[in-house]
Design a protein around this ligand. Structure first.
Ligand SMILES: Nc1ncnc2c1ncn2[C@@H]1O[C@H](COP(=O)(O)OP(=O)(O)OP(=O)(O)O)[C@@H](O)[C@H]1O
Ligand SMILES: [Mg+2]
Length: 337
């Protein structure tokens, strides 16, 4: 399978005359040094990433590490200084104006950190807006919009204005608007970062539930490693515009590539990162009364051990193909000395 989003050696240097900065970057000089000497800011440094169909690919990094710069290349709000971006095999940089318009309407939709809602329109009209632009009839788009408003838990708020809603509710409107576009790719830039912890956890859970049915390809940006571990099929860690590690949550937690990643790993719950499938014993056992899918996190398994010595582990078809015991789970989630 080729990646849906294929980012190849993308470098972005902000500021005029990037040539010297680019040459310095190629010599291995650092972001701060290059900025001090040339005035150019390194946005991205030879980033190569492939996002596979149906995965939630999380890009995680500190403020200023280049996350927004990266996601903006995918919808071509930013042009790279060097490198290429392919989406569904099509070179994004080679699209003409009409091609780009069609791409932004039909292939990708975006959920923004600060919601980006139209203040004078109702919730219904905000969610239906993209469909209106696409030329869908009034009746048809109202029907679609109502469905998505309901699925993000906002039924009853159709006629409200954004300013009458809490931050969490506004974010749901933003999500419904993106989902209503029914595009195969969803770009989410810090979409949940402005929410309080409870609302945020709830939105994360809802996204995971929705994604089970929708199977979209999602590029999700966050500065929160815990969020990355919870949502990510895979995670890329960015630092100073460069990718320092890419892997599944458990790979990153168990094998941080360097001190920078290690510093994040130290502060997170390993139970949240490690799936039960990574610590299970594969084989044919008696069917256990309590089972979890292999992708479930150890965190979800822990309370179940209060009443069970073993938990059955099932594949994507719900068939038990192994088991997990309390000792293995505890060993995996305990912090190493
Ligand atoms: N238009 C611009 N002109 C100049 N420099 C820019 C521009 N946009 C971003 N930068 C710089 O590029 C770097 C990456 O910025 P970016 O916005 O991608 O970071 P981020 O990881 O999204 O951070 P945050 O978590 O704060 O949103 C930063 O050093 C920033 O100052
Ligand atoms: Mg950003």
């Amino acid at each position: 399978m080729s990646p849906v989003i294929d980012i190849k050696e993308v470098t972005k240097i902000f500021g005029r005359n990037p040539e010297r900065a680019l040459a310095m970057l190629r010599e291995g000089r650092g972001k701060q040094e290059i900025q001090a000497e040339t005035g150019n800011v390194i946005g991205l440094d030879r980033v190569s990433l492939g996002v596979e169909p149906g995965e939630i690919f999380v890009v995680m990094g500190l403020s200023g590490s280049g996350k927004s710069t990266l996601i903006r290349h995918v919808n071509r709000l930013i042009d790279p200084t060097a490198g290429e971006i392919f989406v569904n095999g099509v070179d994004v940089m080679a699209m003409d104006a009409a091609g780009l318009r069609a791409y932004r309407r039909n292939t990708i939709s975006m959920v923004f950190q600060r919601f980006g809602l139209l203040p004078h329109r109702s919730v219904l009209s905000n969610v239906a807006f993209g469909l209106e632009v696409r030329g869908m009839t009034h009746m048809a788009r109202v029907k679609v919009a109502r469905r998505w408003i309901e699925s993000v838990g906002l039924a009853g708020y159709e006629t409200s204005r954004p300013r009458q809603l809490s931050g969490g509710e506004q974010q749901r409107v933003g999500l419904a608007r993106a989902l209503a576009m029914d595009t195969p790719i969803l770009l989410m830039d810090e979409a949940f970062s402005a929410l309080d912890p409870l609302n945020r956890a709830q939105m994360q859970d809802e996204l995971l539930v929705l994604q089970k049915q929708l199977r979209k390809t999602i590029l999700f940006i966050t500065h929160d490693f815990d969020e990355a571990l919870k949502l990510g099929t895979r995670i890329a860690v960015l630092k100073d515009g460069a990718v320092v590690q890419v892997g599944r949550p458990e790979e990153i937690v168990l094998n941080p590539a360097n001190d920078h990643v290690e510093a994040f790993v130290k502060n997170v719950s390993r139970a949240r990162a490690i799936p039960i499938g990574a610590v299970m014993e594969e084989g044919q056992f008696e069917p256990y009364p309590v089972v979890l899918p292999a992708s479930a996190r150890c965190e979800d398994a822990l309370p179940l051990f209060a009443a069970n010595d073993w938990i059955g582990v099932t594949d994507e078809n719900g068939v038990q193909f192994g088991r997990a015991g309390i000792k293995e789970v505890l060993r995996a989630v305990g912090q190493p000395q």
